[in-house]
Design a protein around this ligand. Structure first.
Ligand code: UDP
Ligand code: MG
Length: 318
């Protein structure tokens, strides 16, 4: 079995060589068992020497393929590029910052041989800030009520995929990619095992509150159109309430005549409705924005440098 290691790298010059060394060690252990390995590293427009390090690695190890983007296109684009350039019978997707322990690859191979198409590593959230753990838990409980695929807390992109899963994921050409959801959407027999999360040693996580929030929204919106439906229902409810209230006001005015000007009521109603309308506009806007990006059909990424011959300079829709 040829195993491809796909790792997106963004400003990872400090750990990249160590990372490669670690996976190489694993590959040495797997070689006697009849498993070959190749490495597909995607430089996501890093600002540091990541590309230089990648070129050095490729010179020392012929199994290293690298693809370097013209700018930072984001982890999802890097993952996609990695999957496209991986030729293995099985593909391991993992972070290059050593937070996904390479030793686990052997374990994944064992499970893969038992016939699972997706071997998923689920991290325990030890060492995480308790606020992040709590928000994550809340988020997943909420999201799983809404979306059509099941997303599990602690399950990230660290997993081994069979060739048919990779091909299926590559057939999904949408522009807004939410890999976690895409992998879940594809299905096929899957198994999950747990591992202890390693703390990042070098550099900083590129996630901040805002990007996490956006990631969360992507997860919510990419897999269903239920928020649109909710908007409709909410609008209907409000309309009924407003109708009843109007009937009551008019009735009262007819019986008692017009009393004090209903300043408070009007202001309350106006602000409440304006707020609701803004929310609904936002929901629709979110979807429209996504449609806008989809119809433009722009490539997910542009390649600046690579040692993979068959890599096209621009990768549009397949
Ligand atoms: N990454 C990337 N492009 C980006 C941000 C991150 O390719 O724009 C890579 C990064 O190099 C790492 C992985 O994605 O290999 C996970 O990133 P990070 O460690 O920042 O996220 P976290 O581990 O906190 O989820
Ligand atoms: Mg990380």
């Amino acid at each position: 079995m040829l195993i491809s290691i796909v790792a997106p790298c963004y400003n990872e010059e400090a750990v990249l060589a160590r990372f490669h060394e670690e996976v190489q060690k694993v590959s040495e252990k797997l070689l006697p068992l009849g498993h070959d390995m190749e490495f597909v590293y995607v430089d996501d427009g890093s600002r540091d020497r990541t590309l230089t390090v990648l070129k050095q690695l490729a010179e020392l190890d012929a199994r290293v393929r690298y693809v370097s983007f013209s700018r930072n296109f984001g982890k999802e684009a890097a993952l996609l590029a990695g999957l496209r350039h991986a030729s293995g019978d099985a593909v391991v997707v993992m972070d290059a910052d050593l937070q996904h322990p390479p030793e686990l690859i052997s374990h994944m191979v064992q499970l893969r041989e038992q016939g699972y198409d997706q071997v998923i590593a689920r991290r325990t959230r030890t060492g995480d800030h308790f606020l992040r753990t709590a928000t994550a838990r809340l988020y997943y409980r909420f999201v799983n009520r809404l979306v059509d695929v099941e997303l599990v807390d602690g399950v990230g992109d660290f997993r081994m995929l069979s060739r048919r899963v990779v091909d299926a994921v590559l057939d999904l050409t949408e522009y807004n990619r939410f890999s976690k959801g895409l992998f879940a959407w594809v299905g096929f027999p899957a198994t999950t095992f747990e591992y202890e999360n390693a703390v990042r040693e070098h550099g900083r996580s590129s996630w901040n509150f805002k990007s996490l929030l956006n990631y969360g929204l992507d997860g919510l919106l990419s897999f269903n159109s239920r928020p649109l439906r909710a908007a409709l229902y909410l609008g209907l409810c409000l309309l009924v309430c407003a109708g009843l209230y109007t009937a009551w006001i008019v009735g009262a005015a007819l019986v008692n005549g017009v009393e004090t000007p209903g300043y408070v009521t009007i202001i309350t109603a106006v602000t409440a409705f304006a707020g609701v309308q803004m929310i609904m506009l936002g929901v629709i806007g979110e979807y429209t924005g996504r449609i806008y990006y989809e119809v433009k059909g722009r490539p997910h990424f542009l390649v600046k440098a690579t040692n993979v011959e068959r890599a096209e300079k621009t990768e549009g829709r397949t």
